[in-house]
Design a protein around this ligand. Structure first.
Ligand code: BGC
Length: 430
């Protein structure tokens, strides 16, 4: 049974409603990437390998057919640097053609492609040079962006340079700690966001500052290259919004905590054409730092508190930090669950919180659900985020009820919205 959406908010013309994936999580056999190397290293901390993933490298036409038949008008996917440039300076023409065909394929099906250049994975050779800590990283990424421009030139309007740079920078710190622990340093701590218990204060697990600066440089260098190739292209990056909530008296602590983990990356987007918001849950901050998820809270398959209102709070926070002149695309929002009714209930509330922020004037231009498909969740196939189920042996796709429900909202151009008097100028349909 799908919930009634009440009066609903009529979406502005051109609003993008769709779903997201990333190359490594759905394509399969991304063998030239650093993540593939990590997964397949002996004694790796990565529990499960990506393997064939959802075989979308071959089955992308079917994925796009399904999304468009379901009623969506947008698809966010990423192009894989490790396929486009499997060795430094060697561009695979076949990979470029592959992704150009994907862009054309999306457009032919009425799906606006939102294309990410880097979604967590890098070519193995890039990591071996030191990855984002290499002094050459911004130049190397900008060179790749020059090649990617050829793909985007097929008709892409929205491109993202780097997905969740804040998580990449945090990951660097975690990997450094893991390496130190492996070397027998007992003082090395570990933790993380998205529900993990992060440390605060001296020695805190926080995004690596050098990597943060390198990512901002790389984002700007790539944006300049892409803009020079196509001045009409709208370029942004997508940030993991952690929805830090200060407990009474902890406002100052929360602001200090949020800066290196999120706000520095949002501020860096002030000159961009758009900003991607990715929100799943909240993180409560007390006077001494982050608080654990309450014992009695309902949680998802990733252990995150079920808190759909995170989405509305994330777009409001982003608009406050970046400024009202930068439009927002929600590039990820969803829930890891095997219970599809719960997915619908969560998304209903998330969309209602989004609608309420839009009604208050936040400029949101699209909503892309994470994820289009059940996919590889960075070390495990167990947390299922997909609107479409994928059989791991036959790769057969089966849209879930949530896919049909969300597709029908996309078709109707209307999302759930809590009843409230709409301020002048914003339409709320009855
Ligand atoms: C990432 C996705 C990931 C999702 C759920 C985001 O952090 O961009 O790759 O699968 O969240 O964890």
């Amino acid at each position: 049974m799908t919930p009634s959406i009440g009066p609903g908010l009529v979406l502005p013309d051109g609003f993008l409603m769709g779903a997201s994936t990333s190359a490594h999580q759905v394509e399969g056999n991304n063998v030239s990437s650093d993540w593939w190397a990590l997964e397949n290293r002996q004694g790796s901390f990565v529990a499960e390998r990506s393997g064939d993933a959802a075989d979308s490298f071959h089955r992308w036409p079917q994925d796009m057919d399904l999304l468009s038949e379901l009623g969506f008008n947008a698809y966010r996917f990423s192009i894989e640097w490790a396929r486009v440039e499997p060795e430094r300076g060697h561009v695979s023409r076949a990979a470029v053609e592959h992704y150009r065909a994907m862009v054309r394929g999306a457009l032919e099906r009425g799906l606006t492609p939102v294309v990410t250049l880097h979604h967590f994975t890098s070519p193995r050779w890039f990591s071996e040079l030191g990855g984002w800590t290499s002094p050459e990283s911004a130049d190397l990424f900008a060179t790749y962006a020059g090649t990617a421009a050829e793909i985007l030139g097929e008709g892409v309007r929205y491109a993202a340079t780097i997905n969740e740079p804040n998580m990449i920078a945090l990951m660097h710190t975690l990997l450094r700690h893991a390496a130190r622990r492996a070397d027998g340093d007992p003082g090395s701590t570990a933790g993380g966001d998205h529900g993990g218990a992060a440390a605060f204060g001296p020695g805190a697990i926080e995004p690596d500052a050098e990597v943060t600066r390198a990512l901002i440089r790389a984002h700007r260098a790539a944006s300049a290259v892409l803009k020079a190739a196509d001045p009409a292209l709208r370029i942004g990056w997508t940030i993991a919004n952690q929805v830090y909530q200060a407990e009474p008296g902890a406002e100052e602590t929360a602001a200090v905590y949020a800066w290196p983990r999120e706000d520095v990356f949002l501020e860096a987007a002030r000159e961009d054409d758009w900003i991607g918001v990715q929100a799943y849950t909240r993180h409560r901050i007390g006077p001494d730092g982050p608080l654990p998820v309450p014992q009695d809270a309902d949680t998802t398959l990733t252990g995150w508190e079920i808190y759909p209102e995170a989405l509305g709070e994330a777009v409001r926070h982003t608009a406050r930090v970046v400024g009202p002149h930068v439009p927002i695309l929600v590039t990820e929002n969803g829930i890891a669950t095997g219970d599809d009714d719960l997915r619908i209930a969560y998304t209903t509330s998330a969309l209602a919180s989004l609608a309420s922020a839009m009604r208050d004037g936040v400029d949101v231009r699209g909503y892309l659900h994470w994820s289009a498909l059940d996919n590889y969740e960075w070390g495990s196939y167990r947390p299922t985020f997909g609107l479409i189920a994928v059989d791991p042996h036959t790769f057969a796709r089966e849209p879930k009820a949530s896919a049909r429900w969300l597709g029908s909202l996309a078709r109707a151009g209307r999302i759930p919205c809590p009843p409230a008097a709409a301020p002048a100028g914003v339409s709320s349909a009855g």
